[in-house]
Design a protein around this ligand. Structure first.
Ligand code: NAD
Length: 419
């Protein structure tokens, strides 16, 4: 946390972005103040009994950055690096994302500071349930609706829903999204983040021969592996992928379905680095490959002041949240690299979460075709709006996205007489 002139600023990256926007006169000083601070930050510390009988205190956070556009919305991640700054930054991103794609949600995010690899399934269930008990008062279908993020999945959402409903004493499927379909989840939610980014790419490259487009994807989880597969199936040349263990490279293109079978097959414990048919590379090498398209789809802050000069990709699609440090972005922009920002590129997840929430509230169940066609319409519509503004005003896609998102929030704040 940072204190300046008696003012508490939780998130340095949020501040840097907002200051840049201020310099370009996109916001007044008062509007800037409104967005600089999260509305609510909750830290929780709760005990779980481990399989060996010992007690451990688990720390988690829920940051509700803004309720101006509606109830909070944002995923929950399980990761050892979770802290209040990171969760606030992600909640700030959610605030802009829901606004950019015009959803009736504010922005929020949750995080539990654990390395899930160190816990059994039984322990993870206790952590999921304990976290919900602690945040119960501030979440709910019309208050703040969580979803999956890094290291959380439909099973964890199902445990969380069950715990919430036990305390609430009534069925409340709209409390959380990203649930298994049998428990009220939406068709297509599992692949929606990548699918949304893929629709943007299809629009970007609509006049290009796909087999000539080389792609490197960092991260081989929910977002990254699905994106790699969608691109492979559509004929793009995915030359590199990586996970936390390292990456694989082949100039002719990798067999993505084979790698998915290897990593996400029956055992679900395999790492890319143990696959021996391709040349091994590390994550730094992957980021600096000479490719048409680089897709960071792992964690935030991976492109830094230090490694940005080595990036050679022509375009970057941010499927992860915040993979490019704000201080590193000017280096990439100066090199002429086009960046599709995460608040647009990975908004497919929250768009389909919104569809799931709507289906839960109305008792409907939409088909996969219906979900995907609505997703495509929404995300491509937002993309075209950003492109048009960027071209008209000579802005980067990130600036144009921020401008659209912030304008919508400020307009609503004025209508509600918050400012
Ligand atoms: P996940 O846990 O399913 O997968 C994460 C992947 O990143 C794994 O393959 C892991 O091995 C890899 N990884 C971790 N550390 C790494 C490192 N240092 N270098 C390279 N790879 C590394 O998570 P996910 O749901 O795919 O989320 C990935 C990113 O996408 C996150 O930034 C998340 O916030 C963002 N995102 C996800 C969703 C969603 O619906 N899942 C929606 C919007 C944004």
């Amino acid at each position: 946390m940072i204190y300046t002139e008696g003012e508490l600023i939780v998130c340095q990256n949020c501040k840097t972005e907002l200051d840049n926007i201020r310099k370009e006169n996109l916001l007044t000083k008062d509007e800037l103040v409104l967005l600089k601070h999260p509305e609510r930050i909750m830290q929780v510390n709760f005990p779980i009994k481990k399989d060996d009988g010992s007690l451990e205190i688990i720390t988690g956070f829920r940051v509700q950055y803004s309720f101006i556009l509606g109830p909070g919305k944002g995923g929950i991640r399980f990761h050892q690096s979770v802290d209040v700054d990171e969760v606030s930054e992600l909640a700030f991103g959610m605030t802009l994302k829901t606004s950019l794609v015009d959803l009736p949600f504010g922005g929020a995010k949750g995080g539990v500071r654990i390395n899930p690899e160190n816990y059994s399934q039984k322990e993870l269930e206790k952590i999921a349930r304990g976290y919900v008990r602690e945040i119960f008062d501030i979440v709910g279908p019309h208050k703040d609706i969580p979803a999956p993020d890094v290291n959380t999945n439909p099973q964890i959402m199902a445990w969380m829903l069950d715990e919430y409903e036990k305390i609430a004493g009534q069925p409340s499927p709209a409390f959380i999204t990203g649930k298994p379909v049998e428990q009220g989840g939406s068709e297509g939610r599992d692949k929606s983040t990548a699918m949304g980014g893929f629709y943007i790419l299809e629009e970007e490259y609509k006049d290009k021969e796909k087999s000539e487009i080389t792609v490197a994807v960092q991260g081989f989880g929910n977002a990254g592996s699905v994106m790699a597969e969608l691109l492979f199936d559509a004929g793009y040349r995915v030359v590199a992928v990586s996970d936390s263990s390292g990456g694989l490279y082949d100039a002719e293109g990798l067999d993505i379905p084979e790698l998915i079978k290897y990593v996400h097959g029956q055992e679900k414990t395999k790492k890319l680095i143990t696959y021996d048919k391709y040349r091994r590379i590390n994550n730094e090498e992957l980021l600096s490959l000479d490719v048409d398209l680089l897709i960071p789809a792992a964690l935030g802050g991976v492109i830094t002041l230090k490694n940005a000069p080595a990036v050679q990709a022509k375009m970057i699609l941010e499927l992860a949240n915040g993979p490019i440090m704000p201080v590193a972005e000017p280096i990439l922009v100066d090199k002429g690299i086009k960046i599709i920002p995460g608040i647009l590129a990975n908004s497919g997840g929250v768009i389909v979460s919104y569809f799931e929430w709507k289906q839960n509230l109305s008792g409907e169940h939409w088909s996969l075709e219906e979900v995907n066609s609505k997703l495509k319409e929404k995300i491509v519509g937002a993309y075209r709006q950003v492109k048009e503004l960027a071209e008209k005003e000579g802005l980067t896609y990130r600036r144009a996205s921020y401008k659209i998102a912030i304008k919508r929030i400020i307009k609503k704040a004025k209508e509600k007489k918050i400012i």
